[in-house]
Write a protein that binds this ligand. Structure first.
Ligand code: URA
Ligand code: SF4
Length: 199
């Protein structure tokens, strides 16, 4: 099998979908490739595109805090995304981040599928609906089905959670916007991953 480094170097020059046209960097992923838990987000935003690293902007900082509150750190897991290039609407001149289309997510499986196959994690934590729709099932309902275990082709099991960017948008509504659910889902995914390692 190809190594993760070899796969990465091929992905860094990918032009398989139109997102390649406006990107600065392909954001392949980072962390511990041997971790029993892999996090799969939606796709790079502005900061991630600039620096070539996943989850380093505002949503990423909230994710880092949630990882710590769940008893782990970013270095203990591997973090990647559904699409490796930034998806944005450029029609107004100023780019506005958007969810990847199904076609873009499908195109980028060219990298995500072998990436997951090489790492063979015990558990995949899908961050947000596009990731869960891509890796668990097409009609995944994030608010109803987050925090539950699902069968997954690429790991022993997969769990989905709320996207930190979504939580940031809810923050002015009563409660914590779903932050405590994000922390609980991460803790649950980590616990399952470690239980599966011992089996
Ligand atoms: N949101 C994501 O889904 N992924 C990132 O890498 C950053 C923000
Ligand atoms: Fe290639 Fe994925 Fe970037 Fe599209 S988003 S150009 S498939 S790396």
């Amino acid at each position: 099998m190809e190594s993760l480094a070899e796969l990465r170097s091929r992905a860094l020059v990918c032009t398989a979908c139109p997102l390649s046209e406006r990107r600065t960097n392909v954001v392949f992923g980072e962390g511990d490739p041997k971790s029993p838990l892999v996090l799969v987000g939606e796709g790079p935003g502005e900061n991630e595109d600039k620096q070539g690293r996943p989850f380093i902007g505002r949503a990423g900082q909230l994710l880092d805090r949630a990882l710590v509150d769940a008893g782990l750190t970013r270095e203990m897991v591997y973090i990647t995304n559904t699409v490796k290039c930034r998806a944005a609407d450029w029609s107004t001149g100023k780019p506005v981040n958007r969810a990847p289309t199904e076609a873009e997510a499908t195109a980028c499986r060219e990298w995500l599928v072998p990436q997951l196959a090489i790492m063979a994690p015990k558990v995949i934590l899908c961050i947000g609906a596009p990731s869960a729709k891509n890796l668990i099932k097409k009609n995944f309902q994030i608010t109803k089905e987050r925090g539950k275990y699902f069968p997954c082709e690429f790991a022993k099991t997969a769990i989905a959670t709320l996207h930190p960017a979504y939580i940031l948008r809810q923050a002015n509504i009563s409660g914590d916007g779903g932050y405590s659910l994000l922390v609980a889902d991460i803790a649950r995914a980590w616990e399952a991953a470690n239980r599966l390692v011992q089996m």
